[in-house]
Design a protein around this ligand. Structure first.
Ligand code: 5AD
Ligand code: SF4
Length: 451
């Protein structure tokens, strides 16, 4: 059998895309391998969101070119493919910079991989067309064994692309306009996953709460309605979704956090900054207080919800006072976790043209302060779990023999010591200790599965 090595960078959608490409290539007689050394086909599934992520690709390609040459000296051919958002953004430029690359394929062309690989054997190929092709309708479904090997938690892309055009972001250019998969297609995929043993699905989209897919009644359904339907799929115990935009957080979705038991009490809702001036310059289309009010509403619907966010420090023009407002917002909301980044100018985005770029040293300092504050809140959130009993879905073997690892509804990692429980069980766990990245607890008995 031929072997393929897929390396995904960046976001969860790339992880999902990598799996779907593995499914496509499985149909072409490729089996996955964990190392590039024995791979006939090496596929880099790339990320363009910040300069550093995009830069990594070329470093990696340099190494792979050497590997390809070494394999050739042994009489073995290697096909080198660049997929993902760098492929979409840079296209043929990639092969100019690194001629060892055989194929450049954008995120909307994965279903055409078999034909493109055949073409690449005759010469180098680039395919970065954006839709209207129905990619999802043409991607083969994963086999039960492949699903099982990926574990009991799965990602499912339900929405792709973004129409928001935040001033710093490349996504609208690399992933194209917003597109929502039809409900029936998503339901079929989730049913298939559930039949193979998946219990926990995370619905993905660059702007997932803007989901507006064709419903099973022919009308447009929003994300809340889609999730209510997915909650009916036998075996699906937990549902999450990411990433959302504050402007698309409608009342129906907030109500789902109150009413839908399968919808986990966790919400990743990027705010990026806490100063109205910066939010406006970012084209985020909301103020800091609107975000605070939204959080109040969400917490009213689901008081125990864990909140998470993304922040950018050093957006062009960000003053000390602007930055202090971001810290104030963080103090007010108290996130259970958050990602934060130094602003990185991206080619083709409006913010990259601004002349008020912030000094790198100042960005470093701000990032450290912000991360320090977020980390304090994260630790407080985790320590507040000690003594509580929560349902944990056991997902994998733990760090040490006799341990199993899983997640709380709030997406915290938990390790339990157990001889009797198995992966796939939902167990009530009493949390005894909070480490820096994991909680530790003991099983308190089986959850009420009838509930
Ligand atoms: N520079 C830094 N961070 C960025 N993000 C998006 N674009 C940039 C950029 N140009 C961050 C945002 C987004 C997350 C996925 O990445 O915080 O929510
Ligand atoms: Fe990028 Fe998200 Fe803004 Fe869309 S909403 S442009 S994906 S940061």
């Amino acid at each position: 059998m031929k072997k393929v090595h897929i390396k995904s960078y960046g976001c969860q959608m790339n992880v999902y895309d990598g799996q779907r490409m593995a499914d496509v290539l499985g149909g072409e007689g490729f089996e996955e391998t964990a190392t590039p050394d024995d791979a006939d086909l090496i596929l880099l599934n790339t990320c363009h969101i910040r300069e550093r992520a995009a830069h990594k690709v070329y470093t990696e390609l340099g190494k792979l070119r050497e590997l390809k040459q070494a394999r050739k000296a042994d009489g073995r051919e290697t096909t080198l493919v660049v997929a993902g958002c760098v492929a979409q953004a840079e296209g043929a430029e990639i092969q100019r910079r690194q001629p060892a690359v055989d194929l450049v394929v954008g995120p909307q062309a994965y279903h055409r991989l078999p034909a493109l690989l055949a073409e690449a054997r005759r010469g180098r190929v680039v395919d970065t067309d954006l839709p209207p092709d129905d990619k999802f309708g043409h991607l083969p479904a994963p086999k039960p064994a492949a699903i099982l090997a990926r574990g009991i938690s799965a990602f499912v892309t339900v929405q792709e692309g973004c129409d928001k055009f935040c001033a710093f972001c490349v996504v609208p250019y690399t992933r194209g306009a917003e597109f929502s998969r039809p409900v029936a297609q998503v339901v079929a995929e989730v049913e298939r996953l559930a039949q193979a043993g998946v219990q926990d699905v995370t619905l993905l989209g660059q702007n997932v709460n803007a989901y507006h897919g064709e419903g099973q009644d022919g009308r447009v359904w929003g994300l809340a309605r889609l999730m209510r339907r997915l909650a009916e799929v036998p075996g699906i115990a937990r549902i999450r979704y990411t990433t959302s935009h504050p402007r698309d957080m409608d009342d129906e979705l907030i109500a789902a956090h109150r009413d839908l038991p399968q919808l986990m009490p966790f919400l990743h809702l990027p705010v990026q900054a806490g100063s109205d001036g910066i939010l406006a310059a970012m084209n985020r289309k909301h103020t800091a207080d609107e975000y605070r009010r939204l959080i109040d509403k969400v917490r009213k619907a689901r008081p125990d919800i864990a909140l998470s966010s993304d922040f950018i420090v050093g957006f062009p023009g960000e003053s000390d006072a602007d930055f202090e407002e971001t810290l104030r917002l963080i103090e007010d909301v108290r996130f259970a976790s958050a990602y934060s980044f130094k602003y990185s100018p991206r080619p083709g985005t409006p913010a990259a043209e601004l002349e008020t770029q912030v000094e790198p040293a100042l960005m470093d300092e701000r990032l450290q302060r912000l991360q320090g504050l977020v980390e304090r809140h994260r630790q407080e959130f985790n320590h507040a779990m000690v003594g509580r009993t929560v349902e944990v879905l056991l997902e994998r073997a733990g760090r040490h023999p006799g341990q199993l690892a899983g997640k709380t509804p709030y997406l915290q990692a938990v390790q339990i010591e157990t001889a009797t429980h198995r992966i796939g069980e939902r167990v009530m766990v009493t949390i005894e200790r909070a480490g820096s990245n994991s909680l530790f607890g003991r099983a308190a008995g089986q959850p009420d599965l009838a509930a």
